[in-house]
Write a protein that binds this ligand. Structure first.
Ligand code: FAD
Ligand code: DLZ
Ligand code: SF4
Length: 520
């Protein structure tokens, strides 16, 4: 049983103060590499401001606070002195700036060292500390990413379109992952055309590894239930990994049970099957318990050993060294203005059912209910169910951004914001996505068995019983035709809409309006 981390650093003199944030739980951190464990003091703090700037899902709070407490113990075992402030400690100042103020007053360090944070908001605060405390502050690059912000800016410079595929190929070359000399393994960079199979409910579905709670986690569960009772989501059952060893075990379990079919079924959705062949490791990668490159090397090795097919290995590695790195590059290239992007001018309030799952639409009810219970939904549920519905209904991208940031255990602004604003809502006008992810109910019907179990008729375009995605989709095409008709991937849909007769167009408009009215 691990012991509790110290709540106060020893009073011995301190040279540098090394601030380690809750999503920096990696021993390879640049700030730790620049510090000296015999003279420097690590500061870690649980603070109310981070827990409440959006009302994070209870499971995310439990994961982070427990993983932070375990990481402090790991650091102490490695010989670091750690000053750890728990959320309920007397005198907790409630914010990073407040806790650093206390630590600077107590220890009078010569310098503060920190690895760059994952959010613009926090970076802005840290940039003010040197003047505020009259102590130099070293902000070091986050070397846990393969591409630095400077590398991405250099890649983006002068390009008209920032397409992920070309960025991804460069990272393949840089890392040697799935490369045979200068050529991609199998002679192709991308096997996505093999990866669009709808899963059948009677396939064998693996389940993610579950972990027992230890004393630290049980205390954190109680703390979060008491302090954050009004936050979205269920605290129980909590079975996530909270240590590096368990996160690695979770990934190894996926490697053995899920990876081989990841490619084939990554876009599939099945009623009652919440995880399918997905890995559920974004929450560990994003808080530092897993190293992205190490994970990809294991996948590469599994392919080379003949344990998994190439379309699975390539599809999986692309998500991590491609999409994950790319969206982070976009975030730091385009912030702070990116957060306010709203090219389509959408302003509708977020429907209440995003918080309750109380809707007759089976696809949305499934995605939202599992989000509430698991703090997890897979990519296609986020993109093509909750995301597409928000897009078609004209919900404010900023309201959706706040929702996605609050409800998932893996959500941090650097990764969530470009996925929501750019990929899902097309609010950046196509910087990130080549077309809006607008689709009628036919897409969900093709990729899932939701529609066969829904109160609405996926084949009907208009009327009270028609799948709401259908009228909303054509209404979206009609509303945004001036903007999207010049997009080669959307022009055909605009032409199809134009061919509908006036009566059908009126029915579409009326059905969409009636449905949206019912949401209010
Ligand atoms: P798998 O399907 O097993 O994929 C493997 C890994 O690839 C993931 O763990 C993740 O690290 C990475 N990955 C896959 N797709 C993406 C992507 N589009 N962007 C970045 N990394 C990706 N991901 C987050 O980590 N945090 C978020 O807050 C987040 N918000 C999202 C919001 C929206 C609207 C959308 C459409 C996607 C969002 N994603 C986010 C991306 C993706 O949905 C999750 O990374 C994925 O569902 C995590 O589940 P998994 O670990 O089982 O992933
Ligand atoms: C997300 C989060 C939460 C909920 N709580 C804390 C915390 O109490 N202490 C901490 O150091 N970090 C926390 N985090 C992660 C930070 O919000 C994250 O480091 C910043 O958003 C920058 O990515
Ligand atoms: Fe969703 Fe429409 Fe299918 Fe119902 S019929 S599950 S609302 S796509």
């Amino acid at each position: 049983m691990p012991r509790q981390p110290a709540t106060k650093g020893e009073s011995k003199s301190v040279r540098n103060l090394v601030l380690v944030l809750g999503d920096q739980l990696s021993t390879s951190l640049a700030s730790l590499g620049a510090a000296d464990r015999s003279q420097d003091l690590v500061l870690m703090c649980e603070v109310a401001e981070e827990a409440t700037y959006v009302r994070h899902h209870k499971k995310k709070l439990i994961l982070l606070f427990s993983a932070m407490r375990h990481f402090a113990i790991e650091l102490e075992a490695l010989g670091w002195r750690v000053a750890y402030t728990r959320l309920d400690d007397a005198g907790n100042a409630g914010s990073f700036s407040g806790e650093v103020t206390r630590a600077v007053g107590r220890h009078k360090p010569e310098r503060i060292i920190v690895t760059e944070p994952g959010e613009w908001r926090v970076l802005e605060a840290i940039r003010g500390w040197s003047a505020k405390f009259d102590v130099p502050v070293d902000i070091l690059p986050d070397t846990r990413f393969i591409s630095s912000n400077g590398d991405f800016a250099a890649w983006a410079d002068g390009r008209k379109q920032l397409r992920m595929e070309y960025f991804y190929r460069d990272i393949r070359r840089k890392t040697g992952l799935l490369m045979d000399g200068d050529e991609p393994s199998g002679g192709q960079w991308n096997f996505d055309h093999d990866n669009r199979k709808p899963a059948k409910a009677d396939l064998f579905m693996p389940h993610p590894a579950h972990f027992q709670q230890d004393r630290i986690t049980r205390e954190v569960v109680a703390l979060v239930k008491e302090r954050f009772a009004d936050h979205f989501g269920d605290a129980d059952p909590f079975w996530f990994a909270v240590t590096r060893a368990d996160a690695e075990a979770a990934f190894d379990h996926f490697l053995a049970t899920g990876l081989a079919k990841f490619g084939d079924y990554q876009d599939a959705m099945v009623l009652g099957e919440r995880f399918l062949y997905h890995s559920l490791v974004s929450m560990y990668l994003n808080c530092g318990l897993l190293d992205p490159l190490a994970v990809c090397r294991k996948v590469d090795a599994a392919y080379r050993a003949g344990h998994v097919p190439l379309n699975a290995a390539e599809g999986y590695i692309r998500q991590i060294i491609g999409w994950r790195e790319y969206v982070r590059g976009i975030y730091w290239l385009k912030m702070p203005d990116y957060a306010a992007s709203n090219v389509l001018g959408h302003t509708r309030a977020l429907p209440d059912f995003y918080w309750t799952g109380d809707t007759q639409m089976t696809c949305l009810r499934e995605a939202i209910t599992q989000t509430k219970e698991e703090a997890y939904a897979h990519h296609i549920q986020r993109l093509m169910v909750t995301g597409t519905f928000g897009l078609l209904a004209g919900v404010s991208p900023q309201a959706l951004h706040e929702w996605y940031l609050a409800v998932y255990a893996d959500a941090y602004e650097w990764v969530e914001l470009p996925n929501t604003i750019g990929m899902s809502q097309f609010a950046d006008g196509g910087l990130l996505a080549s077309k809006p992810y607008a689709a009628s109910g036919a897409y969900i019907n093709r990729m899932s068995n939701y529609c066969a179990n829904c109160a609405y008729d996926v084949k009907a375009r208009t009327g009270a019983k028609a799948c709401p995605f259908n009228a909303l989709y054509w209404d979206f095409i009609a509303r945004h035709a001036p903007l999207i008709k010049s997009n080669p991937r959307m022009a055909q849909m605009v032409r199809t809409y134009d061919k509908f007769d006036a009566a059908e167009k009126a029915r579409i408009k009326d059905s969409a309006a009636q449905f949206l009215k019912s949401l209010a």
